[in-house]
Design a protein around this ligand. Structure first.
Ligand SMILES: O=C1O[C@H](COP(=O)(O)O)[C@@H](O)[C@H](O)[C@H]1O
Length: 261
């Protein structure tokens, strides 16, 4: 089962970050009260980090039981531990160091100088194993059915480290793969594949800024999955495109309810 994309447009990137932070707090609190815990897949990039910063400064952040939250990553730049370009480093700076998480529930992807000694394929396989161990029988997948999986949309329509026309987009078996020759630095990365992304209950795609307007329009107006990877990202129950007015600027008006001012 997939879900039709829904589009919500906020005024600017600051309003987008604050509104998505409020939405995420509500979603996590609901999942924790229903099940005892929640799981969220983080994204890197400007909008992902803007969201984490908005969560850090939200007065409502205390509503989340941070010790019962599993955090995963959709992708990682295969760089040494602590490198400022690693998505995990940026997430720690923006939010994770400021909240009482259980370190055992913070599932970072391996660094290039870590246990797999520069072998990105082995690092990807290890993350797939960690995900499979966390999946419950009721998830019906080799990954947990994440409550929310966040994806920042790149100006070329990439999501996670799935770039247009790249071989990782063809993956139908593995849930995590190594990426070589990414067009955006660094060239070597680790990414969830489409089957892993589509196991999430809800997929939220984030885009702000005029440089995302073409990507957003392309992905939401019928582009193929190879041409526009963002078009291939769906949640089982919900697929939400969360935009600011600049990123929504080239969308047909019929696609979203809020009129641009
Ligand atoms: O490299 C990456 O870029 C995308 C989008 O980044 P943005 O700065 O253009 O918003 C991000 O989603 C991905 O996780 C990251 O590794």
């Amino acid at each position: 089962m997939t879900s039709e994309p829904q589009v919500l447009v906020h005024r600017d990137k600051e309003e987008l970050a604050e509104a998505v932070a409020a939405r995420l707090i509500t979603r996590v609190v609901d999942a924790q009260s229903a099940r005892g815990s929640a799981s969220v897949v983080l994204t890197g990039g400007r909008n992902g980090n803007g969201l984490l910063a908005a969560l850090a400064s939200s007065k409502a952040r205390g509503a989340i039981d941070w010790s019962r939250l599993d955090l995963w990553w959709g992708d990682e730049r295969f760089l040494p531990e602590g490198d400022p370009e690693r998505n995990a480093t940026q997430a720690h700076e923006a939010l994770l160091d400021a909240v009482p998480l259980d370190p055992a529930r913070v599932h970072t992807m391996a660094a290039s100088d870590g246990a797999y000694a520069g072998d990105v394929e082995a690092a990807a396989e290890a993350y797939a194993t960690e995900l499979a161990a966390a999946a419950r029988p009721e998830d019906h997948a080799r990954v947990p059915s994440f409550d929310v999986l966040l994806l920042g949309v790149g100006p070329d329509t990439h999501v996670a480290s799935l770039f247009p026309e790249h071989p990782a987009l063809h993956e139908t078996e593995r849930t995590v793969v190594g990426v070589h020759g990414a067009p955006k630095p660094p060239p070597t990365r680790i990414t969830l594949t489409l089957p892993a992304i589509r196991a999430a209950q809800e997929v939220w795609l984030l885009a702000a800024g005029e440089d995302k307007a073409d990507a957003t329009a392309l992905a939401l107006t019928g582009a193929g999955e190879l041409q526009a990877p963002a078009a291939a990202a769906h949640g089982r129950r919900r697929t939400l495109w969360l935009l600011d007015e600049a990123a929504a600027g080239r969308l047909p008006r019929a696609l979203y309810p809020r009129a641009l001012s």
